[in-house]
Design a protein around this ligand. Sequence first.
Ligand code: BGC
Length: 550
Amino acid sequence: MGATGRLPRAERLPPRRDRWWRGAVLYQIWPRSFADGNGDGIGDLRGIGERLDHLARLGVDAVWISPFYESPMRDFGYDIADHRAVDPQFGTLEDFDRLLARAHALGLRVLVDFVPSHTSDRHPWFLESREDRGNPRADWYVWADPRPDGTPPNNWLSVFGGSAWQWEPRRGQYYLHNFLKEQPDLDLHRPEVREALLDVARFWLERGVDGFRLDAVEFAFHDPRLRNNPPRREGPAPGGAAPDSPWAMQRHRFDKGRAELNALFLQPLWRLTEAYGGRVLLGEVTGEHARARIARHTNGGGLDMAYGFDLLTGEITASRVREAVEGMQARIGGGWMCWAFSNHDVRRAPSRLPVADPPDAARLLLPVLLCCLPGSPCLYQGDELGLEEAELSFEDLRDPFGIAFWPRFPGRDGCRMPMPWKAGAPHGGFSETTPWIPFHEPHRRRAADRQYAEPGSIYRRLAAFLAFRRTQPALREGDIRFLDPTGPLLAFERRRSESRILCVFDLGGEGGSFRPAARPRPLLSSAAGVSGTRIELAPWGFLLAEPGEG
Ligand code: BGC
């Protein structure tokens, strides 16, 4: 257990000198399922390198690559055993350097995942720490004695099920793990641990990465007094938790979201990245009262952007999108959001619409809408093809989270299926051999090669939209004002000085019409048009327009 002393005050950091990331479009790659470059059935860095053209032509600005570091893969890479090595399944450091150089040559920035809160239980730091109570790294993880009756020190729970404490016979103590027991929690109250993490960041900055996505960063600090979390009132499970999971029955007052995070870790890391110039920090911030913490973190608190969960879970409807975005913007002021509808942890967006098997128009609307919201949007691999969630049977599950919570929650495999690259190839062209998880056949008809060839495909139309978006300062950096259409339409205006764009979407799948204050001049649309002074939308239609004067 770490002693904190007095809490240093978090000063407000100045703005970044280079803010290329404001309004940039990010694209998340989950390497295991993106593209297999060496034919072993597992996606890898070489595979990513070979597919960068897919992203450059789509028109994204940056990619965020989920962990590819050496790992026993209990949590598919989020359990890191060596922060400075590429796992052999994913390639080598030279492969990474080549990938980075190629991305930069194409004008794509690269963010890598950084996991400060925990390591793998095979990490040399943990192997040393667990040996006894007197070794040089004895305090690098969160260790605690049992209570007199032998039970764990407090009521903290693991997001992935069960107690957050695991017994270690060598020390006769428990260690903390917020996720799997194979992911012991580092004690960032210790300055030497923070220094070691900053060294890891330095290593990747020296290689030329453009920033970090900070995984589960709010778990980095805990209450050193180990006070019990209070119970939580009813309500939907906070983002990232399985529905009905015991973890969602607590208020996470003491095991995460602690105030030390800014001054002790985020701000030193921010200063380090700022010294390199042109880098960015994107932090995952979830859970109850996330808006207040996002406001603190992204207004000089050490994060440039917060990756929030408000749009990542639950049904996607006009009212939910409006509530999430309007509520967040009102709360964060000058802070900055990174919005996503899909990622490697949640059900894919087309499968969260209120209709089963939504048509292509709906699958196109989702990424376009995302990229019209204020902040920096983050697409997830497959969004550009309109991929839906794969429904798996228990036998097909690989994700320990899903295996633990089946059948109430099937886990995260359904959004981690191999990418469909070639409609006519075995395993959808993802790999020449049987992939680590079977290729999802229904995705074949959405394969990338087919979509490149069809002018009306989701990929081609999204690329056209992103090219348009690049020219629109109102969409990249403008503020937002919601309008009040009737029914399941969503309408808002983005504005940056003189430039204004009206955006109207049908999220109910039944079409509708909206009469703005003055006759708009259409700029880009799908299944929609202007008739007289009205905007008419067919089901899942959308229209972007220059608002009329009036
Ligand atoms: C990541 C998950 C991971 C967890 C533990 C999350 O926020 O996105 O995929 O399992 O952190 O590292």
